[in-house]
Ligand binder design. Structure first.
Ligand code: S6P
Ligand code: ZN
Length: 187
């Protein structure tokens, strides 16, 4: 007999794609990350249309809602600007109390974190890796492999994003490819 109380999930999270209602997708090109990479000359020589990453998010409640959650998948393409790996812009949450979970789906990357004293550290991202980002810690991810890196994230809907402070001051270290291996270089 058909049980009318059982519904199909309104959302599908298959491998690295998210399908359903209230799902928004945004693309970030090199032009969107002006001033983020260290090597300005290398940046200027590349096409501003180069696709760096895309984010697909399920946002079921209004931004700022206390107690709600957002879920997102980020796909970062492989590549470098000078010696610096393609990476996300990076941000603090506006509400410094709000933490976040990241977990690796495919590819190879580094989660780079920086606290408010500008201390920087990183964690390896790989399929199955799980990362807890405490409140008050800026975060960005770099793709250190030759294929797409994808990871999922879950964060509170009242977290907000402060990109400005990162654009103005950057992280205090950048992830550079040195003799073929990633190294966090302090600036
Ligand atoms: C949101 C969460 C991620 C990032 C995404 C892109 O709090 O940390 O979904 O938005 O990885 O990074 P960014 O720094 O460009 O927002
Ligand atoms: Zn975040």
């Amino acid at each position: 007999m058909n049980d009318k109380r059982i519904y199909e999930s309104p959302l599908l999270f298959i491998k690295d794609s998210l399908i359903g209602e209230n799902v928004k997708r945004s693309l970030k090109t090199l032009a969107d990350l002006q001033g983020v990479f260290r090597n300005c000359e290398a940046y200027e020589q590349m096409s501003p249309d180069t696709l760096l990453y895309e984010v697909t998010c399920h946002m079921p409640v209004e931004e700022g809602t206390i107690g709600g959650l957002y879920f997102g998948i980020t796909k970062i393409y492989p590549g470098k600007v000078g010696g610096e790996y393609f990476m996300t812009k990076g941000h603090f949450h506006t509400n410094m109390d709000c933490g976040e979970y990241y977990w690796g789906i495919e590819g190879e990357g580094r989660l780079i974190m920086m606290d408010q004293t500008r201390k920087v550290w990183s964690e390896q991202v790989f399929p199955g890796s799980l990362h807890y980002i405490p409140g008050g810690v800026a975060h960005r991810v770099a793709n250190i492999g030759n294929s797409v890196l994808s990871f999922a994230a879950c964060w509170p809907s009242n977290a907000g994003h402060n990109y400005q402070v990162i654009l103005e001051n950057g992280f205090s270290a950048s992830l550079q490819c040195v003799n073929g291996t990633p190294q966090l270089i302090e600036i």
